[in-house]
Design a protein around this ligand. Structure first.
Ligand code: HEC
Ligand code: HEC
Length: 457
């Protein structure tokens, strides 16, 4: 029997959002369905539930609050799981001849302040959806930037060194333990809510080049809006409705998923004192035991099991192996673990405590399209070459080079490419990266099942 969809689009209406983009939402079904905006993606459909009601296009998130025409929604688009994807970026470039405010030279072009608007000046944004983040080495850092090998020949580092990063989705923020890839918006002893208030202002001053800061009211409105959003895959082309026959996929179930900082922490940092379980994703458990489900559903369920349970050796990960945590626990240089050792937040996949990790994504060999910085340790004289020092640009610590946070693993199919620098074009490439980096030895069937699961998140 062909599985049926839960979110039947009996009546669809288009609401036009301030940026001129239209959103389709359901008006049929239950109260909750009526607040879910549903969009197509490569694997089927994903949906966003706004727990505050229908998406409010009057919210400052959709307003022009700066001087260059940029709005939050310019880079956080509802139909791309609240980030931007290269095919849609290319379509915007073509339709506007580069006049869409996304293509501004403060941080949209490869080089800061580039005067030309053409495909080659904006190639990183067009091909990988990357935004330029200009950061200076902090005062008192343990290292300096000795040299840069820049394929774009941007010249002197006038606006800081250039990092090129994917916009993180402005949804599912309930599950964050740190804000931004390098956690730079997360201050010690501040709540994530207050981090996000600050982030909204910094984004307006930076990306949108605003002349004056946001008011407290505008910050509140933006944060209330974005923290009310929950996005996940809802319908899979092969498996059908992902919230059916006991499975708990889709945004409404995600909105009800409990979270607190430290939940299910693998080294015992959960303040509730509950021991770690590798069984992090439970969405498709019901399909695991049911032989009456379709092959596509069984594959997704097996993939969830691979993610939760497949053991491999985790070694050489900066911030994990050899690291001593606040409770005195030291992680050995090599451990046998699962994907869920790092992606430990139940049914969300973030790291539930602040834990910037270096899994090697910024290594020059993995991102040949990016500038390579040579960093020199001021005490030892050691050198490291990297495309992005990550957390080290915030703390100035040598040991933090190449560390980034693990993002939310939901609605993945809607928002390629992956990793902070977009180095994996597809989820197949993500799986290939892990198989190679950790010598896992995944079988073709394990890879196919893991892919089916990741696409159904
Ligand atoms: C020019 C594109 C652009 C615009 C405009 C923009 N952002 Fe972002 N946003 C990004 C990028 C790139 C990142 C990741 C940067 C990093 O981590 O270094 C990001 C990260 C975020 C995050 C962090 C999510 C997480 O998981 O840590 C939030 C929240 C966010 N943006 C909200 C907003 C809001 C609110 C606005 C409007 C006030 C806005 N953004 C405007 C590009 C943009
Ligand atoms: C040692 C910790 C660790 C392990 C083990 C781990 N991950 Fe990750 N994962 C991370 C970190 C850190 C990032 C972000 C890295 C970056 O972009 O620099 C990440 C990113 C990802 C992303 C990209 C998400 C996005 O929004 O771009 C996916 C997908 C993913 N991991 C899946 C997996 C799978 C599948 C496994 C098991 C085969 C796994 N991870 C094992 C730490 C880990």
């Amino acid at each position: 029997m062909k599985p049926r969809k839960l979110l039947v689009l009996t009546t669809t209406v288009s609401i036009t959002i301030a940026a001129g983009m239209s959103v389709t939402r359901t008006t049929a079904g239950t109260e909750q369905d009526s607040q879910v905006a549903v969009f197509n993606d490569v694997a089927g459909e994903h949906g966003t539930l706004d727990v505050n009601g229908p998406i409010d296009s009057a919210n400052p998130f959709f307003q022009d609050l700066g001087t260059n025409g940029r709005r939050c929604v310019t880079c956080h688009q509802p139909d791309q799981a609240w980030t931007i994807t290269p095919p849609r970026v290319q379509a915007r470039f073509a339709a506007s001849q580069g006049n869409d405010p996304l293509f501004r030279n403060n941080d949209g072009s490869n080089c800061a302040g580039d005067a030309v608007v053409n495909e080659s000046a904006y190639s990183l944004l067009l091909t990988r959806g990357l935004i330029r983040i200009g950061l200076d080495v902090p005062d008192g850092a343990e290292f300096i930037i000795d040299s840069v090998d820049d394929p774009y020949h941007c010249g002197a580092l006038l606006t800081g060194a250039s990092m090129y990063r994917r916009p993180l989705p402005a949804t599912n923020l309930k599950f964050l333990s740190a804000v931004m890839w390098d956690g730079r918006e997360s201050a010690a002893n501040r709540t994530i809510h207050d981090d996000l208030m600050n982030q909204a202002n910094d984004a307006t001053m930076g990306h949108a080049q605003a002349a004056q800061p946001l008011t407290a009211d505008q910050r509140h409105q933006i944060v209330d809006f974005e923290t009310g959003l929950f996005t996940s895959q809802a319908f899979d082309n092969g498996a059908g409705d992902l919230h059916n026959a006991g499975a708990s996929g889709g945004p409404a179930a995600l909105a009800g998923q409990p979270f607190h900082t430290g939940i299910n922490d693998p080294i015992g940092l959960d303040p509730a004192g509950v021991p770690f379980t590798t069984h992090v994703f439970t969405i498709f458990d019901a399909w695991q035991t049911s032989l009456t489900q379709s092959d596509a559903r069984q594959s997704i369920a097996r993939g969830e099991e691979v993610f939760n349970s497949r053991q491999f050796t985790i070694s050489g990960v900066g911030g994990l192996n050899g690291q001593t945590f606040s409770n005195g626990v030291t992680v050995p240089p090599a451990i046998s673990g699962t994907c869920t050792v790092c992606h430990d937040t139940p049914n969300a996949g973030t790291h539930s405590v602040k834990a910037p990790l270096d899994i090697g994504i910024a290594a020059p060999s993995r991102a040949s399209y990016l500038p390579v910085y040579t960093l020199r340790n001021l005490t030892t004289g050691d050198r490291i070459m990297t495309t992005d020092p990550g957390r080290a640009m915030i703390t100035g610590k040598w040991a933090d080079i190449g560390k980034f946070k693990g993002p939310v693993l939901r609605a993945l199919a809607a928002r390629p490419p992956y990793f902070h620098n977009g180095s994996a074009a597809t989820l197949e490439e993500v799986i290939g990266f892990y198989d190679d980096r950790f010598h896992i030895g995944l079988t073709p069937r394990e890879k196919a099942d893991l892919l089916a699961f990741l696409r159904a998140t």
